[in-house]
Unconditional design. Structure first.
Length: 194
């Protein structure tokens, strides 16, 4: 039986090419910084023709945004059943993701105006970050925590927004302790241990 040529096969060549290109982009950004990476360099590292990258992504910013969108949340900390600790663990993990080599470059590319017009990067980034914290808040509500957990909007406004702001502008002192203080201020406690 012949497969329709227009149907993409899951796990087919397209998936392998994307994985190779994403891996090459992450490696190069980590090695030389996003401002030194070019599409031809990524293509060479990935072992594909650079025309493939230009055809599929068009620009380096679009490629980096795609990488950011597909990096996933692997390695997120498990819930321990304590709201302050679970919120802090998720926020500290978010900081680690932003701070890893290339992390902020991928975020900046994802929300860049020239990319965002075509890919709605801001909305996708907000959705992805929100989904990291929603299970923490849902679990606390299901447990019947008293006082009730903050809203997702409060978490975004009082923990995530300041965290992203400080990382984007490289403000000193943006570390695990700072993140835990943000969470403690939100839930009305003094800083706590992980």
């Amino acid at each position: 039986m012949n497969a329709d040529a227009s149907t993409k096969r899951p796990g087919g060549r397209s998936t392998r090419v994307r994985a190779a290109v994403h891996g090459a982009a992450v490696a190069l950004v980590g090695e030389v910084g996003a401002d030194q990476v070019t599409l031809p360099a990524v293509a060479q590292r990935a072992g594909v023709n650079s025309s493939t990258l230009y055809r599929r992504w068009g620009t380096l910013a679009a490629l980096l945004a795609d990488v950011a969108n597909h990096r996933g949340d692997t390695g997120a900390p498990p819930l321990v059943g304590n709201l302050p600790t679970d919120l802090a663990n998720q926020a500290v993990w978010t900081l680690a993701e932003l701070s890893r080599p290339g992390g902020i470059a991928f975020f900046r590319a994802e929300v860049a105006p020239e990319v965002d017009e075509r890919h709605d990067g801001l909305r996708e980034c907000l959705r992805r970050v929100s989904e990291r914290f929603r299970p923490v808040l849902d679990a606390a509500r299901e447990r019947g925590d008293v006082p009730p957990p903050p809203s997702l909007e409060q978490v975004l406004d009082r923990v995530i927004a300041p965290l992203y702001f400080r990382v984007v502008f490289s403000i000193p002192g943006t570390d695990d302790a700072y993140v835990r203080e943000l969470v403690a201020g939100l839930v009305g406690e003094s800083p706590f241990e992980p």
